[in-house]
Ligand binder design. Sequence first.
Ligand code: AMP
Length: 399
Amino acid sequence: MPAFKTLDDLTDIAGKRVLVRVDLNVPVTDGKVSDTTRIERVAPTILELSEKGAKVILLAHFGRPKGEAVADQSLSLIAPAVEEVLDQRVAFAADCIGAPAADAIAKMNDGDILLLENTRFHKGEEKNDATFTADLAKNGDIYVNDAFSAAHRAHASTEGLAHILPAYAGRTMQAELEALEKGLGKPTHPVVAIVGGAKVSTKIDLLSNLVTRVDALVIGGGMANTFLAAQGIDVGKSLCEHDLADTARAILETAKTAGCAIVLPVDGVVAREFKAHAANETVDVTAIPADAMMLDVGPKSIELINGWIEKAATLVWNGPLGAFEIAPFDTATVSAAQHAAAQTRAGKLVSVAGGGDTVSALNHAGIADDFSYVSTAGGAFLEWMEGKELPGVAVLTKG
Ligand code: AMP
């Protein structure tokens, strides 16, 4: 990955207007922010710039208002939570361009923080429209992108602005890019990937990319059933995409050519109902009863997976190994997560995880803080695992 500029390269910014793209797309329940993780992640960048005397102007999207002003997707709803996390006053402007933004910025003192209204209230945001981007750029002297999670989109505030203003990665973006570089960019081998979750169909590109880049790929979760079935194993009533048998076989073939070991479950925990504490039994994958479904990988498979974690110098993880939301089908996910965490604590493993349910699965295992890096980005993390260029990152590294 080419070098990118960070806040370390930003000197003499007192009095400068710094437009900071952050991710404030937080969950809201009954009008209140129910999880402030994303705000906490961007706080260091905002506070550092403020302490250095910059006028910190925050740009963000919230929800999918599709180019219209929608009251319940106003960032004014998020502003109090931002203030609380930062423990600083945060002013709010009712538009991200035009007079409301300009007037609010004119009132700012050095070190002040201002949140501009949802960028997606304008159609130009998602279109990366030149006029809209230029209107945004009028509000700043410098652009800092701290929203890795939105970097897979080439939108005005995530990509366009970097072509107009001097562009820098914020601290969270920097940490994310550095962690990802250690995970798949220039990793220490052996590299082991664990991919689980429900379906192969949502992760074909990801699996196809990983088999060419890692030394071993552990496949768990519902998607393992598709691979087992593609090899002629009867998976009973398990979640399985039989129509993807050819795709699964092609991925196995690519892995063979690339010298990537594929680790599939050898046993599983099966049940007749998809619910917590459903009656269950452990069987070899070749003996799944016709009326049962595999909801977790079994103890022999856990031992196998933990063995691969021990061999690994680098681990990249997306997706749970079983239906982790319903006990006891969380057993394999929790065991492997705890094993990876212990290896990481012992300094033997670089562990990078992210995407969708992975964060909640690792939180459920109680060890998310022990991984080297857990990305809160969903789509952007998956596109990175797919080996795709992220426009919001590319523009920071090429310019
Ligand atoms: P994903 O969003 O693709 O990572 O899928 C996560 C979902 O896969 C979770 O909600 C799990 O409950 C589900 N899952 C994992 N393993 C299984 C399985 N063996 N059968 C059914 N669902 C599963």
